[in-house]
Structure formats: structure tokens, C-alpha cells
Design a protein around this ligand. Structure first.
Ligand code: ZN
Length: 464
């Protein structure tokens, strides 16, 4: 037993006592439909930011709490409101930056929700609602951990804290880089905790150490100046859908692995993950095969993937005997850690131009990039985080990769190259972030709050 033990016990107790209030506050945040997409009521983002700012203010931890916006580079437009709360470090203690986002994805088809998306509902140990996990739970992990720390440490708290709750993560973080530049002094820190990822499962914590990047673009394929009767010219001239189908088919091998020269993969070990688990978690029916090669997690974490996510073509209802002159598709590719997104896009464009069938005319537009990321796990903060996660969950944490992207992490590293980044989160494989029936595992939430409170306590006790 060390002298830290009583204080650690006090953290456990303060977290446990604070959970019901934290969940009630989370429910109140979920009730605000803070969708960052322009087609939705933008005043909800201001409401949501103000609600988060009030929670930050009430922790009693901060010297200053503001709701702020930054300009979107290349436009006159302002980004969505973010919350920035700060307190200065003292007595040589480090400063930690706590990140989460208060905006949410649109709800999609409301009919697919078992309970209304903005009515927080508890069923079977999970809290359902849009943003209940991604990422309002991340917001509340920070708030609840700070409350517990404040309660245990009181006025002795010496840790510097910057709380940064973004308002447009789900809409491309368009003013993020500018926000970092505008507020660099307030955000500068020794350790950054990004609470927007997931865990191995609902009971096993994880540190996210690699993230794939992504590139997305619209490809338009034209083969004819105008539509024509398929009986008149079919068989002699190519319609655009024929050219598109043949062209897209060249992107994959027969086993579904990516077949584009110049897209790289990363060579790294992955934990055991059974095909049956994949089937259950992804909803892959018996008889439908997996795609790609190598270990399952290696395919998702360390190799590129290509998905066609949208297509503009004549609808089934409007189909007639016509040769379509032009088809547009959205191609969304995941980029392996170790390759720049821009380089991956260049490889894709070169491949598509080289394989255009029948001399079809290709146009590329709306190109978007997000870089992949590998966390440097050699710093002291990773050790503290592992200790805190092991204690908070009662299970040793695992290092995971994530097939998705958190492009803003590359911005953080660029702006604050000396900070150590810890990517944590509250999602589990059944969270369904971005989908209907998104939910938070309540026990995971409790363990995540406890882990973060323990981490903050360790940081507060550390002299640089
Ligand atoms: Zn998120």
C-alpha cells in the first residue's frame, strides 16, 4: 500500500457517487439535436455548446470558459461553436488537453430507430440516442472525471487543464486547424486525451494506436453526348453504366482485396479476432464470405479498402430502354497508416484513368483527404494511461488500431508536435455510432470515467 492508495480509493468513491448525475447530464445533452450539417437547424449547435460550457463552468475547475468559433479557411464563413475552458498549471505540474465533440451525425431513417433518436432511453444496460456514445459520452467522461478529481483533490489541484469540445467533428472539422492556430496558447499542453474512439469490447479497455486515413471523391463517367434508345444503338456504343461497372470492377481482385497499384499496406501484428465475431458484429450472414486477405484485423486496421458509397444513375422506378450518357459515383477509400491520403488519392486517380474502358471520359471532383495516424507509444503518458485503464476497468488494456479515421488528430500533431496523444473512448463493438439505434454501454461509461479520473490524478501528482 502506498500513500496514494487512500486518494485512489476516494477517486473510486467520488466517481461512483457522481455517475447518476453524469448520466442525467448526458441525457440532457442527447436531447439537443446538435447536427453539424447545414441542412439542419444550426441554432441547436449554439444551444449544445452553451449546455456544455455550463457543465464546464460548474465543475469549478476552470479559470475561463468560452464558446468560440473560428473562420473556415478560404471562406468568410465561421465554423460551428466550440467550448474552450482552461486553467493554468502550477507547481511544475503538466497541462492536459481534454478533447471531445458535441455535434452529432444526422439520424438517417427515423423509422429504423426503436426509440426516438433525441429521446435518451435506457434498455438492457445501454443508453440509446443519437450522440449517446459519439461523442456526448466523451464530453461527459471529461466532465465527470474532472468533477471527481475536484472533489478529491479540492484546492490542491495543480494540474493545468484545457477542455476543448468541438462542434463540427461530424462535418469535417472545417475550422479545426484555424481554431488550433487561433487558440494555440490556451490549448498548448503536455498530454492530449482524445475521447472519441472505442474499446476492444464493453469490458476490455483499449488505447487506439493507429488510425487509417481516408480519401473520398466523386467520379463522373461519360460515354455519350446524350441519351439514346437502347434498341437503336445498344450493342454498338457503350452506355455510361456499362463503362462505370467495368471500371469499378478493376479496383478489386476476385477475393475483394484492393487491386490498385500504389496503395500501400502496413505490416503489423494484430490481436486474435474470430471470423464468427466479425460475422456477429458486422451482421454478415452465413454463406456470405469475408473479403480480403490476411488476418481479419490486419485487413481493417493496416490495409487500404475501397467502397462505392453513392451512385447517381436512373432509379429503378424511372428505368426505361435508354443508354445512359453519364454516371457519377462517390468513391470512399480508407488509407493504411504510413501513407499520406493525398498520395493514395493520386494512386486511385492514376489507376482509374489507366483502366477507363472504351475511352470513357472521366472527371474527378469534390476530392477530400484525411491523413492516417500512428501514435508514438514511447512517451511516459502512455504508461500512466495504461495504469489508469487497467485500474479503472480491472482488465489490462490492449493496443488497437481503428479502421476509421479521425483526421483532426493529424492537425493536433502538426500544431502541437511535443504533446503526447492518448486516444481513448467509450464505444464498444455494439455502439453503432453514426447508425440508427446508437447506444452507450452504461458500465463502460462508468469504467471510462473512473479511468480518466485516475489518469488525471496521476497527472496532477506528476512533476515535470
Ligand atoms: Zn466522434
Amino acid at each position: 500500500m502506498t500513500s496514494e492508495t487512500p486518494r485512489k480509493d476516494a477517486v473510486h468513491e467520488a466517481v461512483a457517487t457522481g455517475i447518476p448525475t453524469a448520466l442525467a447530464d448526458l441525457g440532457a445533452l442527447v436531447r439537443i439535436p446538435s447536427i453539424a450539417w447545414p441542412a439542419f437547424d444550426q441554432t441547436q449547435l449554439q444551444r449544445s455548446a452553451e449546455a456544455v460550457a455550463a457543465l464546464a463552468e460548474a465543475t469549478g475547475v476552470f479559470d475561463r470558459v468560452e464558446v468560440k468559433r473560428s473562420r473556415i479557411p478560404g471562406t468568410e464563413e465561421l465554423g460551428q461553436p466550440a467550448v474552450l475552458a482552461t486553467r493554468a498549471a502550477r507547481d511544475g505540474r503538466p497541462t492536459v488537453l481534454l478533447y471531445a465533440h458535441h455535434d452529432v451525425q444526422p439520424t438517417g431513417d427515423d423509422a429504423l430507430w426503436e426509440t426516438p433518436p433525441f429521446e435518451p432511453t435506457v434498455r438492457d444496460g445501454r443508453l440509446y440516442g443519437r450522440g449517446a456514445a459519439d461523442d456526448k459520452a466523451g464530453v461527459m467522461v471529461h466532465i465527470a472525471a474532472l468533477r471527481a478529481l475536484r472533489e478529491v483533490v479540492g484546492d490542491d489541484l495543480s494540474l493545468g487543464v484545457a477542455l476543448f469540445i468541438e462542434g463540427e467533428e461530424e462535418y469535417g472539422s472545417r475550422s479545426f486547424g484555424q481554431f488550433l492556430a487561433d487558440n494555440a496558447d490556451a490549448l498548448r499542453s503536455d498530454v492530449i486525451v482524445v475521447a472519441d474512439s472505442g474499446n476492444w469490447d464493453a469490458t476490455t479497455p483499449a488505447l487506439t494506436v493507429s488510425l487509417r486515413g481516408n480519401t473520398r471523391f466523386t467520379l463522373t463517367v461519360r460515354t455519350l453526348d446524350h441519351a439514346s434508345h437502347s434498341g437503336m444503338f445498344g450493342g454498338a456504343v457503350p452506355d455510361a453504366l456499362l463503362a462505370t461497372v467495368k471500371l469499378l470492377a478493376t479496383l478489386w481482385d476476385d477475393d475483394g482485396a484492393v487491386a490498385v497499384e500504389g496503395l500501400v499496406e502496413r505490416d503489423a501484428q494484430t490481436p486474435e479476432y474470430a471470423e464468427a465475431t466479425l460475422r456477429g458484429e458486422a451482421g454478415l450472414p452465413e454463406g456470405v464470405q469475408t473479403i480480403g486477405r490476411g488476418s481479419i484485423l490486419g485487413r481493417i486496421w493496416n490495409k487500404p479498402s475501397i467502397t462505392v458509397t453513392g451512385i447517381d444513375a436512373t432509379s429503378v422506378a424511372a428505368a426505361s430502354n435508354t443508354l445512359a450518357p453519364e454516371i457519377s459515383v462517390v468513391v470512399s477509400a480508407r488509407v493504411a497508416p504510413g501513407q499520406r491520403a493525398e498520395e493514395a488519392y493520386a494512386a486511385l486517380e492514376t489507376h482509374l484513368r489507366a483502366h477507363a474502358p472504351f475511352g470513357a471520359q472521366l472527371t474527378f471532383s469534390d476530392v477530400d483527404f484525411g491523413d492516417a495516424f500512428l501514435v508514438d507509444t514511447s512517451g511516459w503518458a502512455v504508461g500512466l494511461a495504461r495504469t489508469a485503464l487497467a485500474e479503472g476497468y480491472g482488465v489490462e488494456p490492449v493496443d488497437i488500431g481503428v479502421g476509421g479515421s479521425i483526421p483532426f488528430i493529424a492537425d493536433l500533431v502538426e500544431q502541437f508536435p511535443d504533446a503526447q496523444i492518448l486516444v481513448t473512448g467509450i464505444e464498444d463493438p455494439h455502439t453503432r455510432a453514426h447508425s440508427p439505434n446508437e447506444s452507450l454501454h452504461l458500465d463502460t461509461f462508468r469504467r471510462a470515467v473512473l479511468s480518466e479520473a485516475l489518469l488525471l490524478q496521476l497527472l496532477d501528482a506528476r512533476t515535470n
